[in-house]
Design a protein around this ligand. Structure first.
Ligand code: SAM
Length: 279
């Protein structure tokens, strides 16, 4: 490959079967692979029988290596940027390199694939038509609460990355600042111990408190107030559940809230309205 192109290549977030054919082809053809951690990425490249010159590119040497990578591109070489897992630049290094390449008129081509935020969102059952990815919340409680407060009025689902040892404290702060919303914790996606825990913040906290949280986690928080599409889905689910007259309004609301992600109190009000109208 001889054209000056910077490829942003996504790699798996656990399951090597998620590597795309195109990623394997591009990585096998480029003049240089820029990796967040060359030793880590070497295992992946060996697995796919890829052997190309490599250089490291991570946060604290961005300036220096960035310039070296840009020089390779200026000389007409093709470069693929990869991170330790998932999509480079998404809570991973790479943004500055992409920005500089764009500024110099060097073509930047995405080679899409796994991304923990999108994978978690897609299976969460929470609204997907409007969401905010806010990366890692600050690690200190005061800053984290201020950060979450800023997110409180957002109309869509909030998607966060979190370290496993901070999961419980973050969930606590979510409950304190955003209220008892529906949340989903997606842990170890695509790996052996993959788990998606859904429910109110308190219920998910109870689950997380049962043992030491291990592995990687994504936290998803339902919007504070249900959006029109979710209200529609809620009404639909409630009508089906409530065709059986023996189901109480409370039980119907609980079930519909679990299925749709709409808060239990909103589900309760809607269930009450449906039952009253039916009388
Ligand atoms: N660039 C990556 C991506 O596209 O998903 C994210 C890199 S960021 C440094 C790492 C964080 O992503 C983890 O702390 C966790 O929040 C999330 N993550 C990565 N892999 C995951 C997985 N298999 N299951 C759940 N969360 C994961």
């Amino acid at each position: 490959m001889t054209a000056a192109v910077l490829y942003i290549v996504a790699t798996p977030i656990g399951n090597l079967g998620d590597m795309t054919y195109r990623a394997v082809r591009i990585l096998g053809e480029v003049d240089l692979i820029a990796a967040e951690d060359t030793r880590h990425s070497l295992k992946l490249l060996n697995h796919f029988g890829i052997s190309r010159p490599m250089t490291s590119y991570f946060d604290h040497n961005q300036q220096f290596k960035g310039e070296r990578i840009l020089n390779a591109l200026r000389q007409g070489k093709s470069v693929a940027l990869i991170s330790d897992a998932g999509t480079p630049c998404v809570s991973d290094p790479g943004y500055q390199l992409v920005r500089d390449a764009v500024a110099e008129g060097i073509p930047v081509i995405p080679v899409p694939g796994a991304c923990a935020a999108v994978a978690a969102l897609s299976a969460s059952g929470l609204p997907t038509d409007n969401f905010t990815f806010a990366g890692f919340p600050p690690s200190r409680q005061g800053k984290r609460r201020a950060f979450l407060k800023e997110m409180s009025a957002l109309p869509g689902t909030l998607v966060l990355y979190e370290a496993p040892h901070r999961l419980l404290e973050s969930l606590l702060d979510i409950r304190e600042t955003l209220g008892e919303r529906q949340v989903v914790v997606a842990r170890e996606l695509t790996k052996i111990y993959e788990e998606l825990v859904r429910g109110s913040v308190s219920k998910v906290m109870e689950h997380a408190a049962q043992g030491k949280v291990r592995g990687e986690v994504v936290i998803l928080v339902a919007p504070g107030k249900a959006m029109p599409r979710e209200v529609e889905a809620l009404t639909d689910v409630l009508r089906r559940v409530m065709t059986d007259d023996s189901v109480s309004v409370k039980d119907a609301a609980r079930k519909a809230s679990e299925i749709t992600g709409v808060s239990r109190s909103e589900a309760y009000d809607e269930a009450l309205r449906i039952r009253n109208n039916a009388d």
